[in-house]
Design a protein around this ligand. Structure first.
Ligand SMILES: *Cc1c(COP(=O)(O)O)cnc(C)c1O
Length: 226
């Protein structure tokens, strides 16, 4: 069995166990295999092993891979998106996890309308007030969500966050609790959404315990990045 397949099976098993611990149906949790810096041959190996959603961070890098591999899998954009790349994001991706401003939402919507497409989006929330991280502040999320709801070619699916890196995954938990509570608050305010994109290689089990519906896992599947 290939290393990637072995890793993938291990990750899937851990997802299932974490879901069971939390009393959740493991099928609610979708695995995004994060393939930034990973070459096409190894991505194909992952697809062969059963990966069906791939996550990429950079438009140019993704474009080459998607042209080669095609859309037999679903491609999700998880990196920081600049407005001038919105056109490519619409063409290449089914979902953008990292929407963090209204101008960007409006540009994506304009491009999606031109392409006669609806693009699924999540709002990236910055819960750690770190200046180095992307995402919108918690207080401004409701406003952005309401703005997105007025855009005909965007479908708001949920919230995404990325906590600071901790050696101990347990330290991510407060951020994942906060994102879940924010989603619940938004629903009370009339913004319907069902997804929570949270959890990476080092802490996805914690994220699942706190309600993640998408986990974004790179190194635990593909090994360390160069
Ligand atoms: C790289 C990346 C991941 C995956 O990180 P790993 O630690 O390799 O699992 C997840 N989400 C985002 C936004 C990333 O940039």
């Amino acid at each position: 069995m290939s290393e990637i397949k072995k890793n993938l099976l291990g990750v899937k098993q851990r997802i299932e166990k974490a879901a069971q611990r939390a009393g959740r149906d493991p099928h609610e949790i979708k695995l995004v295999a994060v393939s930034k810096t990973v070459e096409v041959a190894r991505i194909n190996e992952a697809i062969q092993a059963g990966v069906s959603i791939l996550g990429e961070n950079y438009i140019q890098e993704a474009q080459k891979k998607i042209d080669e591999i095609g859309k037999r899998v679903s491609w999700h954009f998880i990196g920081h998106l600049q407005s001038n790349k919105a056109k490519y994001a619409v063409r290449l991706f089914d979902m953008v996890h990292s929407l963090d401003s209204l101008p960007l939402a409006e540009e994506l919507n304009r491009r999606a309308e031109q392409a006669n497409q609806v693009i699924q989006v999540m709002i990236e929330v910055n819960l750690s007030q770190e200046t180095t991280k992307f995402g919108i502040d918690e207080e401004r999320v409701l406003n952005l969500a309401k703005g997105i709801q007025n855009l005909s070619h965007l479908s708001l699916e949920g919230l995404m966050t990325m906590p600071p890196y901790f050696d101990s995954p347990e330290l991510s938990r407060p951020y994942y609790i906060a994102l879940r509570e924010l989603k619940e608050k938004m629903i009370k305010e009339g913004v319907l959404m069902k997804e929570l994109s949270m959890g990476m290689s080092n802490d996805f089990e914690i994220a699942i315990e706190e309600g993640a519906t998408f986990v974004r896992v790179g190194t635990a599947i593909f090994g360390p990045r160069k």
